[in-house]
Design a protein around this ligand. Structure first.
Ligand SMILES: *Cc1c(COP(=O)(O)O)cnc(C)c1O
Length: 420
């Protein structure tokens, strides 16, 4: 459930009419609801309350806005980060360094050094060469790097190919059959405190079965590693739970997820860690956009909105569905395509969809835009970098300024040798 609802025939974010935000901030703009973010953070935590003191690290790539991170920090979440830039954001939001997990296949030595300097809680290593490098960086600093080895369990998550991460052919983690040998070699390195394993099989998962299959394999691996004499104290079960994008969508609830994990991990005797991303912000954000015009076309008219694939990339990247609604619906419906102004056919949000009837100048929203939305925005076609707004009850604030093309142009230079 979220707090973007109709009141007296117009859409509000909590107690603020979206029209007011459009008037004061302009469009397109992402609008987040604080109450929804907090609600989702608590629902996830409550779902895992059947477990013993789980460590919760918000996968901040889903929504790294500083104000959003502040809310997550206040809710007691740490961060799962995948770059030095994300690590700095988590620290800037006041998340304790010990609650930060560093994931990703391409950590550089500089990023490792910075993480060790800051005493972050854990590195999730994705390959043997990376582990060797991390140990050597830590050793040079006179430190031991707290780490887990990310396992690729070769499980099909049943989600879109571009967000599947746990199949053998994906770039993530080490193959589960090679894991015991690699673990053994890395655990013996000076500078390395290899204390467990990690797994994350994909995103927007609609079923618990692939997760359960992966976790059962991880449980067997933990037992193998222990019988080989390793001290396994931490297991990171990643993120990946999907979210509904339209009415009637059925997704596993955090409570069902928690119950499954409690059952599978009953005898593990480890600190469990989680990296939820999408689940928390996705339905806590909408993309507010204005209809530029309705372009007649052969099959269905095109509703051309002032948001485009550079603002919300998910439909063009993964064929994602975003529910579309008029801010002031007139009660009529129309069948239309929805597209942005960018000069790419991929800049299309929907084809032949029944939507609220709209015309030029009307305000509209794309729902479920709070995760992997603004964070993927670009300035393609020399468009502005989209603004972000946070609503809290009857007040709102800009939490990321719109960056105009002039500002971006000002960072470019023509070398002398082109002008003389
Ligand atoms: C992206 C990512 C997550 C979060 O995935 P969601 O589907 O957004 O929950 C968690 N862990 C790792 C390692 C990731 O790369």
């Amino acid at each position: 459930m979220d707090y973007f609802q109709l009141k007296n025939g117009e859409l509000y974010a909590e107690d603020v009419p979206l029209e007011r935000i459009a008037q004061e901030v302009g469009t397109p703009a992402y609008v987040y609801s604080r109450a929804t973010l907090e609600r989702h953070a608590r629902v996830f935590r409550d779902g895992l309350s059947v477990l013993d003191n789980p460590h919760l690290a918000f996968a901040i790539k889903a929504n790294p806005n500083l104000a959003v991170l502040k809310i997550m920090a206040n809710e007691g979440y740490g961060a799962d980060v995948v770059s030095g830039g994300e690590m700095e954001r988590a620290l800037a939001a006041g998340m304790p360094a010990k609650d930060i997990i560093f994931s990703g296949v391409g950590k550089t030595k500089d990023e490792m050094r910075r993480g060790l300097e800051k005493s972050i809680g854990q590195f999730n290593i994705e390959s043997e060469p990376e582990g060797i490098e991390l140990a050597s960086v830590a050793r040079d600093m006179g430190l031991q790097a707290p780490a887990t080895l990310r396992i690729n369990p070769d499980v099909d998550a049943g989600t879109h190919a571009k967000i599947s991460t746990g199949k053998a052919e994906n770039k993530f983690g080490v193959a589960i059959d090679e894991a015991p040998a690699i673990f053994g070699r890395l655990a013996g390195l000076d500078g390395m405190n290899l204390r467990g394993v990690a797994v994350h099989i994909g995103s927007q998962l609609g079923m618990l079965e692939p997760l359960e299959a992966a976790f059962i394999k991880i449980g067997a691996l933990v037992a193998d590693l222990r019988s080989a004499g390793h001290n396994i104290t931490h297991v990171d079960l990643g993120g990946g739970l999907g979210v509904p994008h339209k009415e009637g969508d059925q997704y596993p609830t955090p409570a069902q997820y928690g119950a499954m994990i409690a059952r599978v991990t009953k005898d593990w005797d480890v600190q469990l860690m989680f990296e939820p991303g999408r689940l928390i912000p996705a339905n806590a954000g909408v993309l507010l956009t204005e209809v530029i015009r309705v372009k007649p076309a052969k099959i269905n008219p095109y509703v051309i909105v002032d948001a485009a694939m550079n603002d919300l990339a998910r439909p063009s990247l993964y064929d994602a569905f975003h529910d579309f609604a008029a801010v002031k619906p007139n009660g009529e419906k129309m069948v239309a395509n929805i597209a942005g102004p960018v000069c790419e056919t991929g800049d299309t949000f929907a084809i032949g969809r029944e939507i609220d009837s709209v015309s030029a100048g009307d305000l509209t929203i794309f729902r479920t835009a709070g995760a992997y939305g603004a964070t993927m925005a670009s300035t393609y076609n020399s468009r502005p970098l989209v603004a972000e707004v946070l609503v809290d009850g009857d007040r709102f604030a800009i939490v990321a300024e719109r960056i105009n093309p002039e500002t971006i142009l000002a960072a470019e230079q023509v070398p002398d040798w082109l002008t003389s």
